[in-house]
Design a protein around this ligand. Structure first.
Ligand SMILES: *[C@@H]1O[C@H](CO)[C@@H](O)[C@H](O)[C@H]1NC(C)=O
Ligand SMILES: *[C@@H]1O[C@H](CO)[C@@H](O)[C@H](O)[C@H]1NC(C)=O
Ligand SMILES: *[C@@H]1O[C@H](CO)[C@@H](O)[C@H](O)[C@H]1NC(C)=O
Ligand SMILES: *[C@@H]1O[C@H](CO)[C@@H](O)[C@H](O)[C@H]1NC(C)=O
Ligand SMILES: *[C@@H]1O[C@H](CO)[C@@H](O)[C@H](O)[C@H]1NC(C)=O
Ligand SMILES: *[C@@H]1O[C@H](CO)[C@@H](O)[C@H](O)[C@H]1NC(C)=O
Ligand SMILES: *[C@@H]1O[C@H](CO)[C@@H](O)[C@H](O)[C@H]1NC(C)=O
Ligand SMILES: *[C@@H]1O[C@H](CO)[C@@H](O)[C@H](O)[C@H]1NC(C)=O
Ligand SMILES: *[C@@H]1O[C@H](CO)[C@@H](O)[C@H](O)[C@H]1NC(C)=O
Ligand SMILES: CC(=O)N[C@H]1CO[C@H](CO)[C@@H](O)[C@@H]1O
Length: 875
């Protein structure tokens, strides 16, 4: 009991902090490896294997069930125990006592009857023996050495011999049974030391390993602490990274927009350049075409002003030609378009500032958030670390304050004392067991002696028997046999009462122990009695907790403790230590959490140093929007590009001209017109075809078209876009400067919860370990099992019960053995006289009732029976 108490103290004080249900980030916390608590290895295996003798045990148990079939009298035993512990106040309880005694007597009726019979045996048998002896001494009761011949003499003799043999055999079995039981107990007692030592070893393991387990629990504090420190050292990536990710949701799109805008600026410049270049090419092409066409037109006009055109047949044709002259001109006049040089110059000015690199700086600054956080939390970190150290120190101090060492030393001393005690007294026990063994052996030997007489008697009687001898002239062997039988009878009378005393004593004792302790222990009903409230102490509802903890109102039952320990649960659970030293109260992390929270809340992170886009960048953007590309006459450009090169197809114009010339009278005019037609065809081939088909021009047109459209698109939303981008950037910057704190607070909380989660996990683990795994109390159950089930029941009670069973059977059968032996000896022993036959062949004469009528004096035969004079001969 003392060491149980030690464990309670030890465990109750080994507390730590406890949590209040923070949201724990499982994934992170699960990486916290706390290892597994080193289990205590117990080696005791309380399991007695009696071997073949088990059959005897069962027979005895069956016999006991017949003797005492009542169920376990819980109420009766409660009342008896209560009486024991109550002050014997008054006589007013006398009737109650009587009722109780009657109930007990009723319960014990089987034992009482058998014990009564045993007592009867004890008192009557010596008395009967005495009477019988005296009776025989007076030559009565078969004491006279005369045998009456009877018709069925042979048959009776055979019957008696057989009966005696059977009875002797039964008795032999009984003796054997007693002998085996006696031997079994001694063997078991010799083997008990190993079981005892194993129990001691387990107890020692429990005592020495429990502090180790608790040390392990405490040392594992390093695991969450190191994990927390690691997280604290990585506060930049962990906390800063989270903050960056959160802010990034708004900051990165802003920077991306600026970057896009920078790209748009470069694109604009390219488009402007494309426009300029293409325009130049096209202008060049059209200018020379225009000049040639103008020349051609002038020449044609000069020709038409010739006199021959005023002739009648030619006038209409000439007029028609003159009217069509206007068509001989370029259609797409690129010289009409305003060039984009000023815009290009402005955009080039804008591009002198590298907006892209400014944006990259913004990205870089923003991505440095973790470093910034790391730099700005340096002081806090050391504070938090010191709090963690302080928690660890506090726990250690708490543990150091525990009187564990002293308690354990005490327990060990107690254990050592007990062990020494056992060491010292076990030889004594063995010695006493040897005396007991010797005593029982002697008792068995008494019976064996009697049996030997009987067996010898039977043997000699059987050997010495001859059909033809008359009782008076039976052989020496036969006579000796008879005497042996009588000797057996004598010893039976001598020893039987002593044997019966042993039997009755062991029967009442062993039987009751079996019925009142062993059986109910096996069925656990005995616990129901032991756990009855107020049984042993009328102030204590629970004796166990009252005794152990002075807190009797806690429902601690023997049964629960025993079965919990048998399942090898922790002592904390088995003894319901939570009712006395609630580990949850010690393991409260909330105070530490508070300190940590304060420290974390004081974290101030100022991200103002992050500049996403400086003023130059913004002005640059604005300058771009002022670049004037929205002033370009896109419609004019598009119109010119869409136009055909010339107003009419020059080839068909030339053909028309030739056809008209044909209508004119043959002459110089016709020839001149035909020459103009071929000149126009040449212009077509020289200029129009290249402009239509040459790559340079085709590309220039398409580039112009494409670039102008792009510029047009850019120009339409230029102001809006630039303003949008600038406002997005400003908003993001504002977020960083002002509202980042809310993000930071939120993320700090999450970060802190992760760290606190480590400790919660640790504490939960400590609690679980303490309730389930620390100081598993199997040895306590083992000790009870060893003491009650093995030593008391299996070893002692079973052996004792088997002993009295065998001995009792043998002793009881002494009575029939005596009767048969006495009867049988008559047939073996040589008689002094015998019935006289008138004729051997005829029926013998009736025996005379008295006198020596019909006797033949032995001297008539010249023989003297020496046994007659001996003491045994008179039995
Ligand atoms: C400029 O001209 C080149 C070559 O024709 C072309 O590949 C490019 O796409 C044009 N750029 C723009 C912005 O129109
Ligand atoms: C083309 O446009 C320019 C400028 O407006 C003008 O001077 C020239 O005469 C035009 N040429 C033609 C053929 O219309
Ligand atoms: C952090 O501090 C170190 C030294 O004080 C400095 O070199 C580094 O530039 C700082 N980083 C940031 C992001 O402020
Ligand atoms: C450690 O214990 C001391 C004294 O009990 C107390 O003042 C201190 O706050 C404790 N530290 C922590 C972190 O709880
Ligand atoms: C103990 O058990 C009894 C009933 O068995 C109950 O009335 C009582 O409240 C229990 N006490 C405690 C402390 O659990
Ligand atoms: C132990 O303490 C915890 C919290 O303090 C409580 O929830 C629990 O019920 C207590 N257990 C007992 C048996 O008092
Ligand atoms: C952040 O620091 C700047 C100077 O670096 C300061 O002007 C500003 O007020 C600070 N912001 C906060 C919220 O402390
Ligand atoms: C913007 O334009 C103004 C006037 O054209 C000029 O003075 C200024 O330097 C430009 N700023 C930037 C950043 O290009
Ligand atoms: C280009 O010319 C086609 C006909 O040749 C006309 O349908 C189209 O509308 C013109 N496009 C523009 C932009 O003038
Ligand atoms: C066909 C034609 O007249 N082509 C002339 C166009 O103008 C250039 C010079 O301006 C002359 O070299 C071509 O012969």
């Amino acid at each position: 009991m003392a060491w149980v108490l030690c464990f309670l103290l030890l465990l109750g004080l080994s507390g730590g902090p406890v949590s209040e249900g923070h949201s724990v980030h499982k994934t992170t916390v699960d990486t916290l490896d706390l290892g597994s608590l080193p289990a205590i290895n117990y080696e005791t295996n309380v399991h007695s294997e009696p071997g073949p003798i088990e059959i005897l045990f069962r027979i005895v148990k069956a016999f006991l069930f017949v003797v005492q079939p009542h169920p376990y009298p819980e109420d009766l035993i409660r009342k008896v125990i209560r009486l024991q512990f109550e002050d014997t106040k008054s006589d007013s309880q006398q009737p109650e006592h009587i009722v109780l005694a009657l109930k007990a007597a009723y319960y014990e009726i089987g034992f009482i009857i058998l014990a009564g019979l045993g007592l009867l045996f004890i008192f009557l048998l010596p008395l009967v023996g005495l009477c019988f002896c005296m009776c025989r001494c007076c030559n009565n009761c078969g004491g006279e050495m005369h045998q009456r011949q009877k018709k069925n003499g042979e048959c009776r003799r055979g019957c008696f011999a057989a009966s005696l043999l059977v009875v002797s055999l039964i008795m032999s079995l009984g003796v054997l049974c007693a002998f085996v039981a006696n031997q079994h107990l001694t063997t078991q007692v010799r083997g008990a030391r190993r079981l005892l030592n194993s129990n001691f070893k387990d107890m020692r393991a429990l005592l020495t390993d429990t502090p180790r387990q608790i040390d392990y629990l405490l040392n594992q504090y390093d695991a969450p602490k190191n994990k927390a420190l690691l997280d604290l050292n990585n506060i930049g990536p962990l906390l800063g990274g989270r903050v960056r990710n959160q802010l990034g949701k708004r900051v990165l799109p802003a920077l991306d927009a600026v970057l896009t805008m920078a790209g748009a600026i470069r694109e604009t410049r390219e488009a402007l350049e494309n426009v300029s270049a293409s325009l130049e090419i096209l202008q060049e092409g059209t200018t020379s075409l225009s000049a040639n066409l103008t020349d051609a037109k002038e020449n044609l006009r000069n020709t038409l002003s010739d006199a021959s055109c005023s002739m009648a047949q030619a006038t209409s044709t000439c007029n028609a030609i003159r009217n069509s002259l206007n068509q001989l001109s370029i259609n797409a006049n690129f010289s009409r378009l305003l060039p984009v040089t000023s815009q290009l110059a402005k955009v080039n000015e804008v591009l002198k500032i590298d907006l892209t690199s400014l944006v990259q700086q913004g990205y870089a600054a923003f991505n440095d958030t973790p470093d910034l956080v790391q730099n700005q939390t340096k002081n806090i970190l050391s504070d938090v670390k010191s709090v963690l150290d302080s928690i660890g120190t506090n726990i250690t101090i708490l543990i150091k304050k525990l009187p564990i060492q002293k308690i354990l030393t005490d327990s060990v001393i107690y254990l050592t004392q007990t062990e020494t005690y056992v060491e010292e007294y076990f030889p004594l026990v063995e010695q006493y067991d040897f005396y007991r063994w010797l005593g029982c052996l002697i008792i068995c030997c008494l019976l064996v002696l009697i049996l030997v007489f009987y067996y010898l008697g039977l043997l000699c009687g059987a050997c010495g028997y001859s059909k033809h001898t008359t009782p008076t002239n039976r052989g020496c062997v036969s006579n000796t046999g008879g005497n042996f039988l009588m000797a057996g009878v004598g010893f039976s009378f001598l020893f039987s009462w002593a044997l019966m005393i042993v039997v009755v004593f062991t029967f009442v004792l062993g039987g009751n122990v079996e019925k009142l302790v062993c059986e109910p222990f096996k069925e656990r009903t005995i616990f129901q009695v032991l756990d009855t409230p107020y049984l042993f102490n009328d102030q204590w509802s629970s004796f166990l907790s009252g005794r152990l903890f002075q807190k009797p109102d806690v429902n601690l039952t023997f049964e629960q403790v025993y079965s919990d320990c048998k399942e090898n649960k922790g002592i904390y659970t088995s003894l319901q230590l939570d009712k006395f030293y609630n580990i949850s109260n010690f393991l409260t992390i909330s105070q530490y959490t508070e300190d940590l929270t304060i420290k974390f809340e004081s974290i101030k992170i100022n991200l103002s140093s992050i500049v996403l886009l400086d003023e130059v960048g913004k002005e640059n953007l604005m300058n771009f929007s002022y670049s004037g590309i929205d002033g370009i006459d896109f419609a004019a450009y598009l119109a010119e590009v869409n136009k055909s090169i010339t107003k009419v197809d020059l080839l068909s114009f030339a053909n028309d001209l030739e056809a008209r010339a044909e209508q004119l009278p043959k002459g110089a005019l016709e020839n001149a017109l035909k020459g103009h037609a071929s000149n126009i065809r040449m212009i077509h081939h020289q200029h129009v075809i290249p402009m239509e088909q040459e790559m340079k021009y085709v590309k220039a047109r398409s580039t112009l078209n494409q670039s102008i459209r792009l510029l047009q698109k850019t120009a339409t939303e230029l102001m809006v876009k630039v303003n949008q981008v600038i406002s997005i950037v400003n908003a993001a910057q504002f977020l960083i400067n002002n509202n980042a704190s809310s993000v930071i607070i939120e993320e700090t909380k999450k970060y802190m919860n992760v760290i606190i989660g480590y400790f919660e996990r640790y504490i939960q683990w400590v609690k679980d370990s303490v309730t389930m795994d620390v100081a598993t109390c199997k040895p306590l159950a083992n000790i009870v099992d060893t003491a009650v089930e093995v030593f008391l029941c299996s070893y002692i009670t079973n052996s004792v019960n088997t002993f009295w069973f065998g001995l009792g059977a043998a002793t009881v059968f002494l009575i029939p053995a005596i009767i048969f032996a006495v009867k049988l000896s008559k047939f073996y022993r040589r008689m002094d006289s015998e019935d006289v036959y008138d004729d051997v062949e005829t029926i013998p004469m009736k025996n005379m009732e008295n006198g020596n009528y019909g006797y033949h004096k032995d001297h008539l035969y010249g023989l003297h029976n020496p046994v007659m004079t001996s003491a045994t001969g008179r039995w």
